[in-house]
Design a protein around this ligand. Structure first.
Ligand SMILES: Nc1ncnc2c1ncn2[C@@H]1O[C@H](COP(=O)(O)OP(=O)(O)O)[C@@H](O)[C@H]1O
Ligand SMILES: [Mg+2]
Length: 380
């Protein structure tokens, strides 16, 4: 195939690429699929440079694989079928290690690329551009002018390098947006699970206790079970509708107020230890309140305590909430959801929840402990 006369990148090439990529960035939150996004970057590269075909390969560190994620001017389906590793492609390794654009002469292509690729691309010079920014190496952009040999001027080499940086930034921004979206969805699912757990499961638990009694049910018990089941159904319905409405993340109360309220309302022998100079970081209010609520619910469900200790602590690096009780009554560990949901929620703040028998409390102690690192939570 004859190589078309190259268009020299214009003097204003520095501005146009920026515009094109600003366009791309503004679409990051739109619903374009990953492939569409990378196809568009390849297309932009071909539009802004003398290249006719371009493909983006990303390195997937988890699977230690390289895969084609977008192309322009060459069949994506065919490229995506190939399964290269970074070791197969010394040119990509070199471009990334040296952070520079590398031109492979046509007669070297078989040595620099895996054989499948060389066959698919034909005899061609090839430009390999690192896709790396801010210390992250994502992959490479491979581009050429269609089959045939060509040279690469300094201007265009620099332009390719800049495009590689800009594309890497666009990719970073896109990944960050996706990650945020996933975190938000996970948060919503935890809210939903918690709501079902706190309302529906507690009702069903009550019903199952009544039903597992040995004696026949009285009319009153039967009526109570019916009411609880109806209540559980209504709770389920409202919980399922909830994610469609905006979610209120603020609880509208504080850990301190919740401890006071629960002490009052449950009549549990709660003993509070909370040093005067310790405050709950605002970001952790919701988390601490939900762990407290679950711990107290558990005390009522699984113990008949003489004493329940609630401790709030904070040092330079961590915030802690501990709830301890004695008087554990035949608990059957393993089945529950409440503490696991709490642990999930803690994870979202970089913290953890530990729980289990507490030998330091006699008789039959139990402990739940929430620990959250304070970095970043301090100024919340
Ligand atoms: N305060 C407690 N005293 C005794 N056992 C407890 C206490 N809290 C939790 N447990 C045990 O840990 C298990 C897990 O708790 P959780 O995840 O809240 O589930 P659930 O309360 O729904 O059973 C409980 O089933 C119970 O066996
Ligand atoms: Mg529970």
């Amino acid at each position: 195939m004859a190589t078309p006369a190259p268009r020299e990148p214009s003097l204003f090439a520095g501005v146009e690429p920026l515009e094109v990529f600003v366009d791309l960035l503004s679409e990051i939150e739109s619903g374009a699929t990953t492939a569409e996004f990378y196809h568009r970057i390849c297309e932009a590269i071909c539009r802004l440079t003398t290249m006719r075909r371009a493909a983006i390969f990303l390195y997937d560190a988890g699977r230690m694989r390289v895969r084609a994620v977008g192309t322009h001017g060459i069949s994506f389906a065919r490229l995506a079928k190939l399964r290269p590793t970074l070791e197969d492609a010394p040119i990509a390794q070199r471009a990334l290690a040296e952070d520079r654009v590398i031109l492979v002469e046509a007669d070297m292509i078989e040595r620099e690329l895996p054989p499948d690729y060389a066959k698919l691309l034909g005899i061609t010079s090839l430009v390999c551009t690192p896709l790396a920014a801010a210390g992250h190496q994502y992959g490479v952009i491979v581009a050429d002018r269609g089959e045939g040999e060509f040279e690469l001027g300094d201007g265009e080499r620099h332009l390719m390098w800049t495009l590689g940086k800009t594309a890497a930034l666009a990719a970073t921004a896109r990944m960050a947006t996706r990650q945020q979206e996933r975190t938000r969805r996970l948060g919503e699912r935890i809210d939903l699970a918690r709501e079902i757990h706190e309302r529906v499961m507690q009702r069903l638990f009550g019903v199952s206790l009544v039903l597992s009694a040995q004696q026949p049910l009285t009319d009153e018990q039967r009526e109570r079970c019916r009411e609880e089941m109806t209540g559980a159904l209504a709770d389920l319905r409202s919980a399922l509708e909830r994610p469609l409405a905006p979610v209120a993340y603020e609880t509208g109360t504080t850990l301190r107020a919740e401890i006071a309220r629960l002490t009052r309302e449950t009549g549990l022998p709660i003993v509070l230890s909370w040093p005067a100079d310790v405050e709950v970081p605002r970001k952790l209010e919701g988390l601490t309140q939900s762990i407290l609520a679950e711990a107290v619910r558990n005390v009522r469900k699984h113990a008949t305590p003489m004493r329940v200790d609630v401790c709030v602590k904070r040092d330079e690096d961590t915030f802690e909430l501990i709830v301890r009780n004695d008087g554990v009554t035949g608990s059957r560990p393993g089945g529950g959801m409440g503490l696991r949901l709490g642990a999930f929620e803690a994870l979202q703040h970089g913290g953890f929840v530990e729980f289990g028998a507490d030998k330091s409390v006699e008789p039959h102690g139990w402990r739940v402990r929430l620990v959250v690192p304070l970095e970043g939570a301090l100024d919340a």
